[in-house]
Design a binder for this molecule. Structure first.
Ligand code: NAG
Ligand code: NAG
Ligand code: ZN
Length: 436
């Protein structure tokens, strides 16, 4: 008789936990790969540079073209974690680096560690800018006129620490050297979690700008004040504009201009393969705390984009090198050729648009610039005024009860959340892993 009787609520719970574990194990082992280990493609070192070799190559490029290129290394540190970033500045005549009438463009590559192809594109663009390589179908005098009118800053490997983990065999790593997703660490809508939020892949850090990489990029955007920002990723083929944290694009004419540029690039250089629209509306999930939303909303960059330059949607989600990077020389070259052409077309359109605007109009778009420090101060002060005063009124005992109650609520929510995220795991419609 005894067996059923002897089960107390605790052992019920234990059995439940065991069943859940077993079910998990079962679906993990047999659900996706039906019993066989998916084969994992290794990095193709004939096509891809290591980060070290890539940065060396860029350095020697800069040394061969001191009239056009300059290089700086910026490092940052937070709680014992250090990051270093290489920034290359291009100006046709380096003496005009600070000429404020030129179009300013800020491009970043390799924000996600496993997206190796993006950093190869950075090298290709710099080679073309230094006129060591050429775009076949571009008229030289148009190119000359464009290059005379702009200053470009390129961050070839934003996430060097994460990239080194990938090179050491963690082919699916997308985060930085201490596990934070650098495209969730920015201030716009930071830390908000969707129901399909992936706590591993999308770890936003301990607060906005907790990561030195993000801080360096923010400072760069504040001092350089770009007119065009592109955050280059892979995992799919897409040309995204704001917003990532909601599924709409901004209202008004500037947004239409942004979109029409993307349509041109897609049509003339990318075989109309790319999805176009807001990141949040097109990628299949909302992303909070992204760099592009910050650049558009806070840094007031008039044209802020995220380009997704390659993706193998049929690859197994564990075969990350293959999913995020072309693995054969033909597709490797065509990705680099097509996207270089698209970037130079973007430079040309940007210059034409700037020539069409009065210098005053360009200035005025920066009048409503909000410095991040003001923004953060405002944010912190706001928080303080909401909670600071109330806290003083509470006596200690009540505070403790509140703390325990919060802890209890938090853990229930966490449990519920883990449960829900398990259920909705398979509902991301477009990409089987995170690209943006
Ligand atoms: C796994 O699935 C594939 C395709 O459905 C099949 O060809 C293969 O034999 C299966 N492997 C095992 C071990 O069941
Ligand atoms: C473009 O500029 C290069 C120098 O950078 C020069 O050699 C070439 O003749 C120019 N081409 C045209 C068509 O202006
Ligand atoms: Zn990415």
């Amino acid at each position: 008789m005894g067996f059923r009787r002897r089960l107390n609520p605790l052992s019920n719970l234990l059995i439940l936990a065991y069943l859940v574990r077993f079910a998990n194990h079962f679906s993990f082992a047999y659900g996706k790969s039906n019993g066989t280990q998916d084969s994992v493609t290794p990095i193709n070192h004939d096509l891809y540079h290591t980060s070290g070799a890539l940065l060396e190559e860029i350095e020697s490029l800069v040394h061969r073209h001191p009239d056009k290129l300059s290089i700086e290394k910026i490092s940052g540190k937070n709680k014992g974690y250090e990051a270093e970033m290489t920034v290359v500045t291009y100006c046709r005549n380096r003496k005009e680096n600070d000429d404020r009438t030129k179009l300013r463009i800020l491009l970043t590559f390799g924000q996600h560690a496993r997206e190796l192809i993006t950093t190869e594109l950075a090298l290709r663009l710099l080679s073309i800018l230094s006129e060591e390589e050429f775009l076949p179908s571009v008229d030289r005098s148009t190119l000359n006129r464009t290059l005379d009118r702009l200053v470009i800053k390129v961050v070839p490997v934003e996430n060097l620490n994460g990239r080194k983990l990938v090179e050491d065999g963690e082919l699916c790593e997308r985060r930085n050297g201490r596990g934070v997703d650098l495209n969730r660490n920015w201030a716009v809508d930071w830390g908000k979690k969707e129901k399909d939020y992936d706590p591993y892949e999308e770890n936003p850090g301990t607060g906005p700008f907790s990561e030195p990489e993000t801080q360096i990029m923010r400072k760069l955007s504040v001092s350089f004040e770009p007119h065009i920002w592109v955050n280059v990723h892979s995992g799919m083929e897409a040309l995204f504009m704001p917003y990532d944290h909601k599924n709409t694009t901004p209202e008004g004419i500037p947004s239409k201009i942004m979109k029409s540029m993307l349509e041109k690039l897609n049509h003339f250089h990318l075989k109309d393969h790319c999805l176009i629209g807001s990141g949040g509306g097109s990628v299949g999930y909302l992303a909070h705390g992204t760099a592009t939303d910050y650049m558009y909303d806070i840094a007031r960059v008039p044209m802020a984009y995220t380009f997704e330059i390659y993706g193998d949607l049929k690859a197994s989600s564990r075969d990350c090198f293959k999913m995020f990077n072309p693995i054969d020389i033909t597709s490797f070259n065509s990705v680099l050729n097509d996207w270089s052409a698209a970037f130079f077309q973007m430079f040309t359109i940007g210059v034409q648009q700037m020539n069409g605007l009065q210098p005053k109009a360009i200035g005025s778009s920066f009048d409503n610039w909000v410095s991040i420090d003001d923004y953060l101060n405002g944010y912190l002060m706001h928080r303080k005024s909401r909670y600071g005063k109330k806290m003083e009124v509470l006596d200690l005992g009540l505070q403790e009860i509140r703390t325990y109650f919060r802890l209890f609520l938090l853990s229930s929510v966490l449990l519920l959340f883990m449960f829900c995220s398990r259920i909705s795991k398979s509902t991301r419609p477009i990409v089987s892993a995170m690209a943006l």
